[in-house]
Design a protein around this ligand. Structure first.
Ligand code: ATP
Length: 635
């Protein structure tokens, strides 16, 4: 019965431990001792070994400034720790001077303290400058590496990752990493240095009394560490929620017009209130736990201090300890227990910041887009270098190209077509039939699962992506303009473009006259995403860019469909000029605008179901006729 009762109690204890956000598990398998901490939600360091790995990562980030950083930091901490220790010795002198009326002791103490104070001020200022400079340099280099990485990630990464999450890694997480370098390492090193020095001095002055104090400090540390554990879990949850709030904010800013048009303000408000309330709940939980931690810290600090005074006075009364030494002990103990208690907090915060190291490292470890598209399975392409006759003569050629985003559904099935220089192919088909996917493959954003793509006789598998993309200009329905000037937005079409070339491109795109009416001409700001310009003006700036790029292949994705009739006519004229002597593929849902000469490719469920001119296709019974009929009905 008793055994049953004990095992029942034990089970209750274990289940309570498991119910907490964290549960620390001792694992002795294969003679290794690992402490695992598990957490609800994602992105949590799974073991102490991981934490060390991430600290190692932080040290690697420091790279060439590592030695300078640690020299600066350790000297800074040593100088800051030295002051209270000197003060303790000064107390011995001053109290002994008071007890023996010895003025020379008093002056020795006072002067040594003043010298120490000035020295610490000078040394700590210089050392702080050195180590903070290293931190700033390191952070600048991490930011550069992260930005570089983000710019070379493949499209598939952006498909599966929310931009808010990426943004959060580039901002919140990097700030947390900076906090580790600037504060957490400092606090840990300072506490260790101060504690080691204090313990050595106390052991030297009175080893029995020192051991008693040490025991009390260790006991306090143990209690504080227990209270610190839940705080770490809450801090991590807060960080995850902050990431989610950033994601929502990015969505909200990008979709502000949709929100207005669909009167989604209330819904957005509700979601944001929910997130805020969750965040504030976690914040309150954090505050409560932190409050408990602080109360315990004060209580233990006070108890320790009282213990020192009580035992010290007892020893003084028994003649085993001088009054000066007791005051020195009290001073050293007070500072030591303060910093040890503080250390608990620092370790907790640092563990939570290591989550950020993990998140940034995760981003950096993402494979970059390859410099060249490789065949998915080399075995299926024994003759990659062999060029078929039709591919060699065509500007664009798809040969048996298939592609799927996921293993479940195939987006494109065995596409075969070729387009010559000066020819215009129009891609039509219902929504979801694979038109944009075809463009993505042609631009090298994804590798085909099977088949070959050729441009001007060169296989995509044998041409570096940079060179491949250099041969393509892409214009979409919503042209992307960067914040900056009109000039910068056109000039980015060609590396080292001259002013004359930029102006010539703008003239060809029929936008030069308009630019000259702007207050600052080519130096006028376009605003975020070109908001200071109209849709047609934005599109013509994008066309200028394409003129400047002068690529032989042109991809137009509904480039005129967002424009009003007048803008459309102007843009169309510019486009006609741009298409001249280039191979063009145009995606459109507006079948009324097709010309007699265009080659029409009908995509249906990822397959080319028909190909030919409008007249040829209208002669037979086919899906194209159905599309024409439904588009006329829609008009
Ligand atoms: N990033 C992606 N990941 C997974 N599936 C995708 C992705 N992008 C598109 N798809 C799927 O691939 C298929 C083809 O999509 P695609 O965007 O190429 O169609 P579309 O013909 O351009 O459509 P629309 O005319 O509506 O723009 C669709 O079933 C779509 O759901």
């Amino acid at each position: 019965m008793l055994i049953k009762l004990l095992s029942w109690k034990k089970e209750i204890w274990f289940s309570r431990v498991r119910m907490s956000s964290f549960w620390w598990k001792m694992d002795y398998t294969e003679s290794t001792f690992t402490i695992r901490c598990q957490r609800r939600g994602n992105c949590m360091l799974s073991s102490l070994r991981d934490s060390f790995r991430h600290i190692h990562q932080l040290l690697q980030f420091l790279a060439s400034v590592r030695k300078t950083y640690f020299v600066g930091l350790i000297l800074f901490c040593a100088s800051e720790s030295a002051l209270p220790i000197v003060a303790a010795f000064v107390y011995i002198d001053i109290f002994n001077a008071a007890a023996t009326s010895d003025m020379s002791l008093f002056w020795r103490g006072t002067i040594s303290f003043l010298v120490a104070l000035v020295s610490v001020m000078v040394i700590s200022t210089i050392c702080k400058y050195i180590y903070i400079m290293c931190v700033k340099k390191t952070m600048a280099s991490i930011r550069r590496v992260v930005t570089d990485k983000v710019s070379v990630l493949p499209c598939s990464y952006y498909d599966r990752t929310h931009s808010g999450d990426i943004l959060s890694r580039m901002t919140n997480d990097l700030n947390n990493i900076e906090a580790v370098y600037s504060w957490h390492f400092r606090s840990i090193i300072q506490t260790l240095l101060y504690s080691l020095a204090s313990i050595s001095i106390m052991l030297f002055l009175h080893w029995q009394f020192a051991l008693f104090l040490l025991g009390m400090c260790l006991f306090s540390t143990f209690i504080i560490m227990r209270f610190s554990q839940p705080i770490q879990a809450i801090a991590s949850a807060i960080q995850t929620q902050l990431g989610q709030i950033t994601e929502r904010a990015v969505d909200m800013l990008a979709g502000v017009k949709v929100i207005k048009m669909f009167q989604l303000e209330e819904k957005v408000k509700k979601v944001s209130e929910e997130q805020n309330s969750n965040l504030s709940k976690e914040g309150i939980r954090f505050g409560v736990k932190n409050g408990q931690l602080e109360s315990w810290s004060y209580f233990l600090n006070f108890m320790n201090y009282s213990g020192v005074i009580a035992v010290g006075v007892f020893l003084v009364l028994n003649g085993q300890l001088g009054l000066g030494i007791l005051i020195a002990f009290a001073q050293l103990q007070w500072n030591m227990s303060q910093s040890i208690l503080q250390l608990g907090n620092t370790v907790v915060n640092m563990m939570s910041s290591l989550v950020s190291v993990h998140r940034v490292k995760e981003l950096l470890d993402e494979p970059a887009e390859p410099k060249q598209i490789l065949p998915r399975e080399a075995i299926m392409y024994p003759n990659v270098g062999v060029i078929h006759d039709h591919a060699a003569s065509a500007a664009i050629c798809f040969s048996d190209v298939s592609f799927s985003y996921t293993s479940k559904a195939t987006a494109l099935h065995r596409l075969n077509f070729s387009i010559s220089k000066g020819q215009k192919a129009v891609l039509v088909g219902p929504s979801g039939s694979g038109k944009s996917t075809l463009f993505k493959l042609l631009q090298g954003f994804y590798a085909p699962n099977e088949g070959h793509i050729y441009m001007d006789g060169k296989s995509i598998y044998e041409t570096p992506l940079e060179q491949w993309r250099q041969s393509i200009s892409y214009l979409s329905q919503e042209p992307w303009l960067f914040s900056g000037t009109v000039y910068e937005n056109i000039a980015c079409g060609k590396r080292d473009a001259t002013e004359d070339e930029v102006i010539q491109a703008a003239k060809l795109a029929n936008i030069h006259d308009f630019i000259m009416t702007l207050q600052d001409g080519y130096q006028s700001q376009v605003g975020e995403k070109g908001r200071l310009l109209s849709g047609g003006q934005r599109q013509r700036i994008a066309i200028s860019r394409a003129f400047l790029k002068d690529a032989p292949v042109l991809l137009l994705d509904e480039a005129t469909s967002a424009l009003d009739a007048e803008s459309e006519i102007q843009v169309r004229q510019s486009l006609e000029l741009l298409m001249k002597d280039r191979a063009t593929i145009l995606i459109t849902h507006r079948l009324s605008v097709l010309s007699e000469k265009d080659i029409i490719m009908v995509l249906r469920n990822g397959r080319i179901s028909e190909i030919g001119t409008h007249q040829e296709l209208m002669n037979g019974e086919n899906f194209y006729k159905e599309l024409i009929a439904s588009s006329r009905a829609a008009v």
